[in-house]
Design a protein around this ligand. Structure first.
Ligand SMILES: *[C@@H]1O[C@H](CO)[C@@H](O)[C@H](O)[C@H]1NC(C)=O
Ligand SMILES: *[C@@H]1O[C@H](CO)[C@@H](O)[C@H](O)[C@H]1NC(C)=O
Length: 522
């Protein structure tokens, strides 16, 4: 009996020391990867990001007009889940509570968009809606009251339907005058308090998804329309920037930029043609937006491959575009492999002029480029952010840059609320991407802010409510918001001394469990 007991004690001792060894490894690893607020400049903006259509709801309230998305999402088959954003997060009614959530996170900036149809229900063909103006005034005032900088997008995929019906929306040059009209109202009414304006969110993704893939309204599938749309979007930006700079900027002291969708690319094969495909994909998709706004014309790479098919800017237009942004916003989620489609064959229907005749995929020989996520083309590749920032820094002479979106989705699982609240994967994602961003900054990149997509779960376009990107979980029945583990992590990250506490939590689970009643399994 004595022997057995001794044996047991020895074994138990070994198990314990093995456990503490593992624990020590976890702790020292996590220590190595620890990302701290003080690795970023003091004045750095740390925020969360949302957009109007994805969160506001109340589509028929407060004098709002219908948008392209209201109409599109009600067409059967357009949204995978058959859902729409008629109510969404009901942020229209719950915005004060949401601003309190932001305050509790400790963020110093909030990126949101203004619903065009809430300000101008009929575009410039009708009156300004005073209830819409009052709504955004209240958001802005309440943010500032809590020390949160409003970072405002004018167009985040939602257009007054009237402009689509009247002249085909972004396909027509008439949109430039409408966008300028809308932008000027926002500068005049909100610009005394808003210091960061983004004209357009992801014109490249919008042109691609709405006019090539048919996934976003107006749901068209064309090889050349995306170029027309991008052209009109760029000129619309130039119009807004001209109005801002000539009439408001000096007095109001703010800045205007644009937000571009980015993926980083790696060559599918270690071959010259695929390395060129990487350069071409970046030149067409990212620089196709930024070159015109910084240098006054499309990238030479696009001119070279497209010739006369590429729309041309007049001398006047080129002047208006040239140097028309004060900062670059990048939305970044993932890296993809790039395969050349000019010198070698690609899967049918996968060589598009708009995307630079490059086929992109997350897989090489069946192996993913990074850990897969529920979004089919989003993989976890933290280094991609550093590389993307480096590309921007090099090509645009280190222009001030903001990471305006970065985040990861969870697939909704009915009845799995507790599981979704324990989003360790999102915490690891944020740590990895922030560490990558910190490296880019250490290497001299002038990055001035970072926004997590998203503050809370919301309507993820064609995916409906299935993809949950939020730091806060939203119960779409009760509209209750509940902080996920990642909200806690972000809060602690932003409150320097609390970060140490988080590392302790890796071994002291019970302390996390007590946090607002959330059970955590690390
Ligand atoms: C853009 O502006 C720069 C400097 O102001 C100038 O050197 C360049 O030629 C302009 N580009 C175009 C296409 O007008
Ligand atoms: C943070 O920690 C440092 C060192 O432990 C301490 O001096 C400082 O007072 C703490 N700050 C806050 C806000 O708790």
């Amino acid at each position: 009996m004595g022997t057995i007991r001794t044996h047991y004690l020895i074994r138990r001792g070994r198990v314990l020391s093995l456990l503490s060894l593992i624990l020590a490894c976890i702790v020292s690893n996590s220590h190595e990867e620890t990302i701290r607020r003080n690795q970023f400049p003091v004045e750095f903006l740390f925020g969360t990001s949302t957009s109007a259509y994805q969160t506001e709801g109340a589509i028929l309230e407060g004098g709002r007009g219908l948008s392209n998305w209201d109409v599109f999402s009600h067409v059967p088959g357009k949204i995978e889940t058959g859902e729409n954003a008629d109510t969404a997060d009901d942020h229209y009614h719950l915005y004060l509570q949401d601003i309190d959530l932001m305050h509790s996170l400790g963020i110093n900036a909030y990126r949101f968009s203004i619903s065009w149809a809430r300000i101008l229900p009929r575009g410039r063909f009708g009156d300004v809606n005073p209830t819409g103006i009052a709504f955004y005034n209240s958001i802005i005032d309440n943010l500032l009251r809590r020390g949160i900088e409003p970072f405002v997008t004018l167009y985040h995929h939602d257009l007054p339907q009237e402009l689509e019906d009247r002249y085909g929306g972004w396909l027509s040059p008439l949109i430039q005058e409408d966008f300028g009209y809308f932008a000027e109202i926002c500068f005049r009414r909100f610009g005394d308090r808003v210091k960061y304006w983004s004209s357009l969110n992801e014109p490249n993704l919008y042109a691609h998804f709405a006019y090539l893939r048919g996934m976003y309204p107006p749901g068209r599938r064309s090889e050349m329309e995306p170029f027309t749309v991008l052209h009109n979007m760029l000129l619309s930006h130039a119009r807004a920037a001209y109005l801002y700079r000539s009439r408001y900027q000096q007095k109001q002291g703010g800045s205007i930029g644009i937000v571009v969708n980015t993926a980083m690319y790696e060559p599918l094969r270690d071959e010259a043609v695929d390395r060129e495909a990487v350069s071409r994909a970046l030149a067409f998709y990212v620089s196709g937006v930024l070159d015109p706004l910084i240098h006054g014309d499309y990238p030479p790479e696009m001119r070279h491959h497209l010739g006369a098919r590429l729309p041309k800017f007049s001398v006047e237009e080129s002047k208006a575009l040239n140097g028309s942004i004060d900062f670059i916003g990048i939305n970044h989620y993932s890296s993809l492999y790039a395969k050349d489609c000019i010198n070698s064959p690609c899967p049918t229907g996968e060589s598009h002029a708009f995307l630079g005749f490059v086929y992109t995929t997350g897989f090489r020989d069946g192996v993913a480029i990074g850990e897969p996520t529920p979004m089919p083309r989003f993989f976890i590749v933290p280094d991609g952010l550093e590389k993307m920032v480096e590309y921007i820094k090099t090509r645009y002479n280190n222009k001030p840059t903001f990471v305006t979106e970065n985040g990861i989705a969870q697939l909704d699982q009915p009845g799995q609320r507790e599981v979704l609240l324990h989003d360790n994967k999102r915490v690891e994602f944020l740590k990895g991407y922030l560490a990558s961003l910190a490296r880019a900054i250490r290497n001299g990149a002038d990055v001035r802010g970072y926004f997590v997509w998203s503050l809370m779960d919301n309507f993820e376009w064609t995916n409906g409510f299935r993809m949950r990107f939020g730091l806060y979980y939203v119960d779409y029945q009760t509209l209750e918001r509940t902080p996920k583990l990642s909200a806690k992590w972000y809060r602690d990250f932003l409150t320097p001394n609390a970060t140490d506490e988080y590392d302790d939590l890796l071994v002291k689970r019970s302390r996390v469990a007590n946090w607002r009643g959330v059970e955590v399994d690390i």
